[in-house]
Ligand binder design. Sequence first.
Ligand SMILES: C[S@@+](CC[C@H](N)C(=O)[O-])C[C@H]1O[C@@H](n2cnc3c(N)ncnc32)[C@H](O)[C@@H]1O
Length: 316
Amino acid sequence: MGQKAISALFSFPKVTEHYSAASAATAFYGDCLDLLHEIPDGSIQLAVTSPPYNIGKKYEKRLGVDEYYEHQRRVITECVRKLSPMGSICWQVGNHVTNDGILPLDVLLFPIFRELGLVLRNRIIWHFEHGLHCAKRLSGRYETIMWFTRPGKNYTFNLDAVRVPQKYPGKRYYKGPKAGQFSANPLGKNPGDVWIIPNVKHNHVEKTDHPCQFPVELVERLILALTNEGDLVLDPFMGAGSALVAAMINRRRSAGADIVKRYVTITRDRLDSAHQGTLRVRPRNRPVYTPQGSITIAPWVDRETAVTDRGRPLPL
Ligand SMILES: C[S@@+](CC[C@H](N)C(=O)[O-])C[C@H]1O[C@@H](n2cnc3c(N)ncnc32)[C@H](O)[C@@H]1O
């Protein structure tokens, strides 16, 4: 798609209910398999999603693991059929949790991608701080993103678009022909495969009614690295539409589906605000907030003599 066509598409972006190559975004109300049937084979540059985890959230019916696996296999198979030759699939998952233990969904679903001929390029750890405080196991504070492409070297990967600031940018070569010159890449460093990005809970500026949205920064990083302007991004389980919003902000076309009408409405509103430039989004690369001062009493502290960091006795 040429720059002129991309500019025309995004100056007054058309948001449609059904897929069309001429829409900037499609927010489809219904089952993702029905949306996938509308999309031509080989046309998706990036399918990125966080599917239901089958843990009884308000938008899902708990299925048996076999039934869940079979449904995921059908959706993934369609995504692969619609994937462009240089395209990527990113499946972001956590754990399926029962009284009998946890089942990491990347472990469960990985064989499906392999059987469909894709290769895993990275298994990204997304670390965050907020979530349930568990009493009978350690609290879960990461989820994973499996990034797949077709085999071979020909897949889109724009590393420069997602570099992050170096820890020691002033470092210089200390010997050899470049001695004295800065050794760091002026564009920043590779962000690595452990991403620390706050999850969208409570006071997060992006919070909507949806119980588990992608932070825009998370999906934006994948879109910038794995697609170019004008490319098509699909989120088959779009929820509040964070992937579509990130695509719109970065001039990528997008399509998503949800079976809950309210989430489709939220997505449409957010796309509208993204286009107007009024959508509130946490700024990229903002450091994670570190609370100052604490009244937590560490188990190794002597409660009788301990004081707070302001020198007062602890409120015991
Ligand atoms: C984990 S949430 C996705 C949240 C999304 N990443 C966001 O940023 O808001 C999964 C979503 O999939 C939707 N869903 C479940 N089954 C679906 C299906 N068969 N087709 C389309 N959407 C579905 C649910 O309603 C829910 O909103």
